[in-house]
Write a protein that binds this ligand. Sequence first.
Ligand code: ATP
Ligand code: PRP
Ligand code: MG
Length: 381
Amino acid sequence: MLMSQIGFGVKFGNWRCYASSSSSSSSSSSVTQSEDAVHDVNGRFSQRQHIRLGLPSKGRMATDTTELLKNCQLSVKQVNPRQYVAQIPELSNFEVWFQRPKDIVRKLVSGDLDLGIVGLDTFTEYGQGNEDLIIVHEALAYGDCRLSLAIPQYGIFENINSLEELAKMPQWTQSKPLRIATGFTYLGPKFMKDNGLKHVTFSTADGALEAAPAMGIADAILDLVSSGTTLRENNLKEIEGGTVLESQAVLVASRKSLVQRKGVLDTTHEILERLESHLRAIGQFTVTANMRGKSDREVAERVVSHPSLCGLQGPTVSPVFGPDGEVKHYAIVICVPKKALYKSMKLLRAIGGSGVLVSPLTYIFDEETPRWRQLLSTLGM
Ligand SMILES: Nc1ncnc2c1ncn2[C@@H]1O[C@H](COP(=O)(O)OP(=O)(O)OP(=O)(O)O)[C@@H](O)[C@H]1O
Ligand SMILES: O=P(O)(O)OC[C@H]1O[C@H](OP(=O)(O)OP(=O)(O)O)[C@H](O)[C@@H]1O
Ligand SMILES: [Mg+2]
């Protein structure tokens, strides 16, 4: 059967059982454990020493995740794509485990992973509000999509454009509820309940959910949308108030690991610093320009009178010595958002700038990473 019916609020697949059992067929590694003990390949139990990061093994997130780490100078050394364990030589006592995104969340809960990178949608769906799970970086700037309710553009839904209007339709009764097809069997029922929709029933399938309304299997679907092409091609539309969450890749951790496992907090700090410095830098250019002026101060004042030219903390201004040893120009160095490059360049010219050089910016390391302070406070430290 393509789809199986699930009741309102019923949890699918009691995956929490993986956490405590002594054997788990779902685990692709040879390890199955209670808290800290691992059953290694030789059949011996030992204390787990290595810090473990779970990365998506396949699908949309896989390549972008390793690419992001590489851009943070954390290159994942995987011997071949079918080997699920890998190293990051820059991080000592550290293992990468490639897993399906939902298994990364499950294994964080079970204590088999310490850190992970997944989509916020997967984290929220499979984490189910578990207090041990912490979001360390909420915006890794890829894997953007949203979890949205969508209904047909035709028939009884033609003039329905909001969740409120959908809820008020007289068609939905206890005996004939609104049928929603979704892979999000935790978030779906929760969203409907939170929004006060009573007469709702859910069904699930592994993919191509957009076919369900036209096949007569469901009235609506709740699925991930990025470009919106799949919805459009299947004559479906999103509605106002129907977005459950906006998602992108996130770095997540187990609170227990951060607090109890040696080295996890320090390593998380390092990963966070590398991520933040890279992600801050990718939206910016370094701009160098020569400015005519009487003194460094006078040039600086001219530049800072335009807030968009202030850079991070204000311009760096240095004298440019001409062939006669005279200083008639000053070089300024500022950071400029990529989107504002052309506007900034014209502004620089207008205030006496010339020889404007633009180079990519790779990292911005600040005194402190804001998310680190936030993490310590979440941990009560
Ligand atoms: N258009 C999109 N559709 C689905 N996921 C997307 C999309 N854009 C970004 N993502 C992100 O990519 C993650 C992985 O999606 P993907 O479909 O590649 O893997 P999967 O759903 O785990 O695998 P499968 O579809 O084979 O079950 C999603 O959880 C989401 O965070
Ligand atoms: O808004 P769009 O850019 O069209 O993307 C949305 C579609 O992509 C995903 O499906 P996927 O490609 O993962 O196929 P699946 O249904 O087999 O999981 C998602 O489930 C939607 O169907
Ligand atoms: Mg998919």
